[in-house]
Design a protein around this ligand. Structure first.
Ligand code: BES
Ligand code: ZN
Length: 630
């Protein structure tokens, strides 16, 4: 007999309440809202999953990679934990074709339903479970619009011989290639078997092979529980080069030596990170250098960071990106934001940590430069968004929106500045001690902003008089813009550049600029801080003296091209076109197109370039740029 709905709800509610109370009693008294892998995660507005009914604990994935059709054919077998006699399991899917669902142990078919499609969230796959179902087998294939996947033809790789595939699952794209509970609050372990064409190597965010084999079949295990957004796969003609006892780099053969030189300090970075915030918990740390269409600078896939090739410039100047992705092995991968509204907990902590690693490796002056550029980026972002814009709060409200909308400098740089504010208030020693215990306490767990605040209060603020006002956490987190009193950053190296720049503006004499020892950071600072309007003589003088349009450092190129567009400096345009049709990193591509479409002439040029560039971009970049032309 079916129970009446309201009664059933009441019973379920009482049951979960008592479960919650029992579990909570075991948790430390200082933590009020904590959720961890043994507790029932919070509702996440970007997932259909109902983990309080049935939650995925382990995934066993079997994939065939079909380059002929740009398709993955897969079997996902998920081990679940069930609560309250729940009889359904809900997985997230987007554009997946489901062929069959069964109980993996009994072989019995399970009825399922695919819910209404939402353009951000995709569709719920609701599976009716048998009384004893613990292992669910889903046979499926991906489609042409699997947004996580980029299938590159051989012509888009370095060797021009083999095709290439890579995934980008963050934030909610794992569901476009795996039927899974795609919420950062849900962690599971995984194993996988991936079949690829002969001559190619498959790699995942897991224990990886170091060379190709004859069969084209590769096996993977990830023994630590991770959220779905850290699921990753890449397939290509890849080679491995070791960088030390627990690190190395994978890249296309023509790139692997250059990459190894660029990342020569990787072992030192790992040690520096461990000295700061505790043991590295993932075994190996390897890098994978992708083709230039990779839509991000880096992605912290556990054990195997994915990176853009645009940071390989020959002078190690852009390796802070590696420090950033490495830092995510603590902030993000160990201690994970509970929902995308808490994204700053991932990125703000990581930028802070990244800067500390760079300071340890290359000194205070170097770190000051990085931090200052980040600070200027923040001021610009707040100016662009508007100081009262709710999206300038650390705690976001992304209901009904794409979590991508939350990927702004606010999470990264306002988050970082807030943490620097705490450091300034309590002193580095106490702050580091706090961070060590934070990563210890919340390892392999998810955390929301409120849990962090409670922990901060219990472990730090409560013990010291006057600290609450100084730290001012509520304003930093829940109010838009920047609090009046915030750390003021300075850089002694940039002060020197500033003087020279002012001199040049005044005298128009190129010898005012003593550029021979400038690092790319000094160039970026110089270009970003020139007057908004320059005349063509000035731009030509700089370009002819320093060949800025032809730079091969993408950070310098980006700043210079932006300035060129703002000043309608046409000499740079062919180089801009070249850049936009070669690099798919959204952080560069989107602002350049945005600036171009501001004028009629620029828009025509942008349209012409985009027509050529669009097919080369990953969905993530394409979706963002498309908006500009709608
Ligand atoms: N995890 C992010 C990339 C990301 C964020 C992908 C949100 C999808 C949604 C990664 O760690 C990151 O922040 N990358 C930056 C690197 C930079 C800040 C050093 C990037 O790609 O620019
Ligand atoms: Zn990051």
């Amino acid at each position: 007999m079916r129970m009446q709905e309201p009664k059933k709800h009441l019973l379920l509610f009482l049951l979960s309440l008592s479960l919650f109370l029992i579990k909570n009693k075991e948790a430390k008294a200082t933590i009020n809202n904590s959720t961890d892998s043994t507790m029932i995660p919070k509702k996440d507005i970007h997932s259909y999953a109902k983990p309080s009914d049935a939650v995925v604990k382990h995934l066993d994935l079997n994939l065939k990679v079909r380059f002929e059709e740009n398709r993955l054919e897969g079997i996902a077998e998920v081990k679940i934990e069930r609560f309250n006699n729940a009889d359904t399991l809900i997985l997230d899917t987007k554009h997946l074709t489901i062929h069959e669902v069964k109980d993996a142990e009994t072989g019995k078919q399970l009825a399922y339903e695919i819910g209404r499609f939402d353009k951000n969230l995709g569709s719920a796959l609701q599976i009716n479970l048998d009384t004893n179902t613990k292992l669910v087998h889903v046979k499926y294939s991906t489609s042409n619009n699997a947004e996580a996947l980029q299938w590159l033809e051989s012509g888009q790789t370095l060797n021009k011989k083999y095709p290439f595939l890579f995934t980008q699952s963050q934030a909610i794209l794992a569901r476009t290639w795996i039927p899974i509970q795609d919420s950062p609050g849900i962690r599971f372990t995984y194993s996988a078997k991936v079949t690829v064409p002969k001559g190619l190597l498959a790699l995942m965010s897991a224990e990886n092979p170091i060379s190709k084999n004859e069969t084209g079949i590769y096996s993977f295990t990830m023994p630590q529980p991770i959220p779905a957004y850290l699921m990753a796969l890449s397939v290509g003609d890849l080679e491995f080069k070791s960088l030390g006892k627990r690190s190395g780099v994978y890249a296309e053969p023509a790139m692997v030596d250059k990459a190894a030189k660029e990342f020569a300090d990787l072992e030192k970075m790992i040690s520096a990170a461990e000295e700061l915030y505790g043991e590295y918990k993932w075994g190996r740390y390897d890098l994978l250098v992708l083709p230039p269409s990779f839509p991000f600078g880096g992605m912290e896939n556990p054990r195997l960071t994915f990176a853009t090739p645009t940071i390989i410039v020959g002078d190690k100047s852009l390796t802070s990106l590696v420090a950033h992705e490495l830092a995510h092995s603590w902030s993000g991968n160990l201690t994970t934001n509970a929902t995308w509204n808490d994204f700053w907990l991932n990125e703000g902590f990581t930028v802070y940590f990244e800067n500390r690693i760079m300071e340890k490796l290359y000194g205070k002056e170097y770190e000051e430069m990085l931090a200052f550029l980040g600070y200027q980026e923040l001021l610009n972002e707040i100016k662009d968004l508007g100081a009262t814009n709710p999206d300038t709060r650390l705690k976001l409200d992304l209901k009904g929106r794409n979590p991508d909308d939350g990927v702004t400098s606010i999470a990264y740089q306002k988050g970082n500045l807030f943490l620097r504010n705490i450091e300034a208030a309590v002193g580095r020693a106490r702050w580091d001690k706090f961070l060590n215990s934070y990563f210890e306490e919340f390892q392999f767990r998810t955390i929301d902003t409120e849990t962090f605040l409670n922990y901060l209060n219990a472990e730090l603020i409560k013990n010291y008089k006057g600290l609450e006002e100084k730290i001012n956490a509520k304003e930093w987190i829940y109010e838009p813009g920047l609090p009046k009193s915030h750390p003021e950053l300075t850089s002694s190296k940039f002060e020197i550049i500033k003087k020279q720049s002012q001199n040049w503006i005044k005298t128009q004499e190129i010898k005012s600029l003593n550029t021979s020892n400038w690092s790319s950071h000094e160039w970026v600072y110089f270009i970003n801080n020139l007057p908004e309007k320059l005349n063509s003589n000035q731009l030509e003088m700089l370009d002819e003296s320093f060949r800025l349009s032809q730079s091969n450092n993408p950070e310098i190129q980006f700043s210079w091209y932006l300035l060129s567009i703002k000043n309608n400096y046409l000499t740079a345009y062919p180089y801009i076109k070249d850049f936009l049709t070669n690099v798919g990193r959204r952080k560069f591509v989107l602002p350049l197109f945005k600036e171009l479409v501001k004028t009629e002439a620029g828009k025509a040029f942008a349209q012409e370039v985009y027509k050529e560039a669009r097919p080369l971009y990953h969905f993530v970049t394409m979706n963002s740029v498309d908006q500009l032309f709608m």
